[in-house]
Ligand binder design. Structure first.
Ligand code: BDP
Length: 744
């Protein structure tokens, strides 16, 4: 404050002196006022500069004509505010309507003219009760938005069966406004297809985010529980706006300390912020916690002392957080402790925790991402081999959390064969939203199409139409308990996710968690409109660019079914030559198996026979090289470089063409973006322009390094018309990256 006063006084003196020198009279007091105004103006501009913080909830004023039309449908707000959820619902509507419509929307008790927005449940709102709408069938969290009338006045009603449903419906109504949809004759009915819609934070207690590319953890453990960063509330708002209702606060590579009283108090404080928004907290737990923080000699799940320890721990947690969601567990995977350390099964481990949580209504999300160094079998097969025999052996409150593909969040993988193979166990999808394998923060890679591709794949487990979506939403095998998890891309960066376009991946995940059969293009369309602009001349090219972006990454990194070619450990950039330790299945050479004669991992019946883990018709298709989709060719087959594809190109020609096409796509995205200059705010425009420049450089690097390496093996010339790599292979091999984010 003192500095500001000094600054202001000296600036005022200068202005007065300048006025004097130019022959005008301006007393110092007048000059102070002038400076103050200028300063305020500057602060206001800075406060409104678009830095991405507002995400898709910007609520900036609609264009005049749209605002005028929309005002007719939001003259007043009739919304209860007795419970915390009702209060935040009303606040959000107020904030949204005021911002979008450019004027304050009064809250009243009952409509007295046309145009009221009426929100509530039959028990929270007598008006909603009087309408006798069919809310019961909406179930938990569902809502309807309907144009109707009350006492002869036209109203828009947002009705639900519970408070959180009304909150979700309110966000939907705001979305209609934000995307400039007509507000007449509304008849919308929505209910989530999945019950648990969870974000997994891989956040460590020291603030580092494993595979995080957007700064540090947003959880400020040091200042919790006393300081509640307002960011927690904005996080909750963003999640509630897309229906996310769970947050696992800490890394799957868990620290036992999270279960100590010190940290549980902090968890309780966070739970208190998230609760009004319908979000439950969950914790990742370390299987050896009874030893590490409990003073026991063992963590054997069949040991009565261990069981008692977990029971007591669960009781302690629920005393603090009565709506605590449950535990997420990574066990016997990548060095984590687990039941197998005591020669027990994954089911023994999961069930012990499930029994501790069951009296309180909690669940265990047990991860199927399990593979072992000691096992020489194809890594892609190991999770299935481990878990398939355990089908039917888990308690009712255990969900098995399965990554979308059998390896590890690659730019493209076939679906995980566990989907459809464990009918007696609720399987939860695990997607990765953070782009560990798709270019970190800067590459524009919209993951909606990746998520959609997996969800819509037909497992054929119970005949045609047995899609992955139907496995996880419980339809196929009649499970009531259902869920989906996304590894969050959120950090302390002002834009939350390391780039404005990464926000779209958080957004798309939430929308697909709500409805796994939604279209990723429609979702992108909504997101662009809310985040940037409703101008068709902007929306169309940007949505097109987003829809092509993931395939571009596949092309310049790992085309035709290649996978895991990223630099060892940190996963930044190409390293197909890498054969270093500590274990074979962490190296690119393990996955591409290239030599002078050919390339690809033979997972057919003549190779590792991973194909046999799929339903017979799918297995037969993947087993037959001529019927394997080209996108998965080198995932399932080892082929000579001269192998002819359906296009007539050889495998080598096609690989080079794909790598090159990927780079060309990025160049074309960049050109598209440069044509949009001036259509959005400068700050976000310029940031993305720079990031696309980085992406183009890195795409070229991926292409050149990969081609240089594979050419060093096969000795083949480049097909006519293709540029040779910019550098010799030795150059690419010499690059090291000890300090990339998200790793150590
Ligand atoms: C791998 C990540 C690693 C995670 C692991 C997991 O590189 O950081 O711990 O997945 O999902 O992809 O457990």
């Amino acid at each position: 404050m003192l500095a500001l006063t000094v600054l202001l006084t000296s600036a005022a003196k200068r202005v007065a002196a300048f006025a004097d020198a130019t022959g005008r009279r301006l007393p110092t007091r007048g000059a102070t006022r002038l400076c103050l105004c200028l300063l305020c103006g500057l602060f206001a501009a800075a406060a409104h500069a678009e830095d991405g913080y507002e995400l898709w909830l910007r609520y900036h004023p609609l264009p005049a004509a749209q605002a005028e039309a929309a005002r007719l449908h939001a003259t007043v707000l009739v919304a209860p505010s007795s419970t915390p959820t009702q209060q935040v619902t009303r606040q959000e509507l107020q904030r949204g309507l005021d911002g979008l419509l450019g004027r304050a929307t009064p809250s009243v008790d009952a409509p007295s003219a046309d145009g009221a927005v009426v929100v509530g449940t039959p028990s929270s709102s007598p008006l909603v009760a009087r309408l006798k709408l069919d809310t019961a069938r909406l179930g938990k969290d569902g809502y309807l938005i309907r144009s109707t009338s009350i006492d002869g006045h036209a109203v828009t009603v947002v009705a639900a069966n519970d408070d959180v449903g009304a909150l979700y419906g309110s966000f939907h109504l705001l979305r209609l406004l934000q995307t400039e949809q007509p507000l007449e004759h509304l008849d919308i009915r929505e209910a989530p297809k999945l019950e648990l819609r969870v974000l997994d934070h891989w956040d460590n207690l020291n603030g580092h985010v494993e595979r995080g590319y957007a700064g540090n953890s947003i959880w400020d453990w040091q200042k919790l529980p006393d300081w509640l960063d307002p960011r927690y509330t904005d996080y909750a708002r963003a999640n509630a706006s897309i229906g996310i209702n769970g947050a696992v606060l800490n890394n799957v590579n868990a620290q036992a300390a999270i279960l100590t009283p010190l940290y549980l108090e902090k968890v309780k404080a966070l739970a208190g912020v998230l609760r009004p928004y319908g979000i439950r907290v969950y914790l990742s737990v370390k299987f050896s916690a009874p030893i590490e923080i409990g003073g026991l000699k063992t963590a054997d799940p069949l040991d009565p002392q261990v069981q008692r320890w977990w029971h007591n721990k669960a009781d302690e947690i629920y005393r603090l957080i009565p709506d605590f969601g449950g535990f997420l567990v990574k066990a016997n995977s990548e060095g984590q402790p687990g039941p197998q350390d005591y020669h027990r099964t994954h089911a023994d481990g999961a069930n012990m925790l499930a029994d501790a949580l069951a009296p309180h209504g909690g669940v265990v999300m047990w991860r199927a991402f399990v593979y072992s160094q000691e096992n020489n079998d194809d890594r892609a097969k190991q999770a299935y081999t481990e878990f398939k025999p355990l089908d039917g052996k888990f308690r009712a409150n255990v969900l098995l959390q399965v990554k979308n593909g059998p390896i590890d969040f690659q730019p493209r993988e076939p679906f995980n064969p566990l989907f459809g193979a464990m009918p007696k166990t609720p399987l939860m999808m695990e997607f990765q939203i953070t782009k560990e394998y798709l270019g970190f923060a800067t590459h524009l890679a919209y993951l909606g199409p990746l998520f959609e591709e997996t969800l819509s794949t037909d497992t054929l487990a119970k005949g045609k139409g047995s899609t992955v979506a139907k496995v996880i939403d419980g339809q196929l095998d009649h499970h009531a308990l259902t869920g989906i998890a996304g590894v969050a891309n959120i950090g302390t960066d002002r834009d939350w996710t390391g780039s404005d376009f990464n926000q779209a991946n958080w957004y798309a995940y939430g929308r697909l968690a709500w409805n796994p059969t939604a279209s990723s293009r429609d979702i992108a369309n909504d997101w662009v409109r809310m985040t940037f602009s409703n101008d068709e001349a902007f929306v169309r090219p940007v949505v097109d660019m987003m829809m092509r972006s993931r395939e571009a990454v596949v092309d310049y990194m790992t085309p035709l079914g290649l996978h895991h070619q990223m630099g060892h450990g940190h996963h930044y950039g190409p390293a197909p030559w890498d054969a270093s330790g500590p274990r074979a299945d962490w190296t690119p050479v393990y996955y591409h198996r290239a030599d002078h004669d050919g390339i690809g991992f033979d997972r057919s019946s003549t190779g590792s026979n991973a194909v046999a883990q799929y339903a017979p018709i799918v297995a037969a298709q993947f087993d037959d090289v001529s019927r394997t989709p080209e996108a998965y060719l080198l995932w399932f087959h080892h082929l000579p470089w001269s192998y002819r594809l359906h296009s007539g190109q050889t495998l080598w020609e096609s690989l080079v063409a794909h790598y090159t096409h990927g780079v060309d796509e990025v160049a074309s995205m960049r050109a598209t973006w440069s044509r949009l200059d001036g259509m959005i705010d400068d700050a976000r425009y310029r940031k993305e322009a720079a990031f696309l420049g980085i992406q183009q450089k890195e795409a070229q690097w991926w292409r050149d390094a990969s081609i240089a390496y594979f050419q060093s093996l096969n000795g083949l010339p480049l097909p006519a018309g293709y540029q040779p790599p910019a550098h010799p292979l030795s150059y690419y091999e010499s690059l090291t990256f000890p300090y990339v984010p998200g790793y150590q």
